[in-house]
Design a protein around this ligand. Structure first.
Ligand SMILES: [Zn+2]
Length: 301
């Protein structure tokens, strides 16, 4: 029996056992469940090649996707008090911060960068959902204000790419103060006569939806993105009613007037360039190839 138990059984087990897939090489699509090779995923800007599901995109990849030739300069984020309330739940807030910083290689849940977009200067503030759920505390609020200031300074449009669970609980009331603060940033950009565009990505919720994310001159959303203030489960429990199919998804919100455009990630860069062109040169312009650049604007009755 020894030969059977010691030799044959482990061999059989090894044959049958599920092999562990290295996480960094293959990603499972959260929509269709197919495995996608990392190179294919990167080449396809993190959109599933099988079902077109838009996976979450890290801030770095987002910036590389949008700026001309993928080139941009990041700005150093303003220094803020790391843990103003000395907050502790199951773990210390400072520990959670360190862990997120180690995992994402970012200092905060937002990255601010400037570069060229369609041949003219632009500033982009992009969220990283992997960093504490893209939550907005004092650091994120200050970074957004810095982005707005930079846009005004450079006479450049500001683009915010949101992906956030809302305000950062660990900073209590201070995180809620970032709602009016970021709105002031938007107003500064607007007062300077510069375009302010928002790209709502999955998921955008809570305090971020309730502040700068809903204030874009044009609200663009990625397909299938959940955009909400309170989650569907909370609403269902409160109103004790079943919510409609696709509730809070980008397409549903487009139909109900909460967003203006739902754009495939592949077309996002071209769309932003086009919109900025339209917003900066108010006169209808022809792009020279017979294409009508005003086609995006619905005709006035
Ligand atoms: Zn898929």
């Amino acid at each position: 029996m020894n030969w059977l138990t010691n030799f044959v059984r482990p061999k059989l087990r090894a044959l049958v056992a599920r092999k562990e897939v290295p996480e960094n090489l293959w990603r499972k699509c959260s929509s269709c469940g197919q495995m996608i090779f990392h190179r294919e995923l990167e080449a396809n800007f993190y959109v599933c090649p099988h079902c077109d599901y838009h996976l979450r995109l890290p801030a770095k990849e987002r910036l590389a996707l949008l700026f001309d030739e993928g080139k941009y300069q990041r700005i150093e984020l303003p220094k803020t008090v790391a843990d103003p309330l000395k907050f502790r739940d199951l773990r210390r807030y400072t520990e959670r911060l360190k862990e997120s910083q180690g995992r994402t290689g970012e200092n905060e849940a937002i990255v601010v960068a400037h570069g060229m977009l369609g041949g003219s200067a632009a500033v982009i503030a992009a969220f990283d959902f992997e960093f504490m759920g893209g939550s907005m505390g004092v650091g994120v609020g200050s970074a957004f204000l810095a982005a707005a200031k930079l846009a005004v300074l450079q006479d450049a449009p500001l683009i915010a790419v949101s992906a956030s669970g809302g305000a950062r609980m660990q900073e209590g009331i201070l995180s809620l103060m970032q709602l009016p603060r970021t709105v002031i940033g938007v107003e500064d950009v607007r007062a300077a006569g510069l375009p302010y565009l928002v790209v709502l990505t999955d998921p955008t919720s809570g305090g971020v939806t309730a502040s700068f994310a809903m204030l874009g001159d044009v609200a663009i959303a990625e397909p299938g993105a959940i955009i909400c203030f309170a989650g569907a489960r909370v609403i269902e429990k409160t109103i004790k009613e079943k919510l409609p199919e696709g509730f809070q998804r980008a397409e549903y919100l487009l139909e109900h007037g909460m967003v203006d455009i739902v754009s495939h990630r592949r077309d996002l860069r071209a769309l932003l360039i086009r919109l900025i062109g339209l917003l900066r040169n108010r006169k209808p312009v022809s792009s020279g190839n017979g294409e009508d650049r005003t086609a995006l604007i619905p005709a006035r009755p």
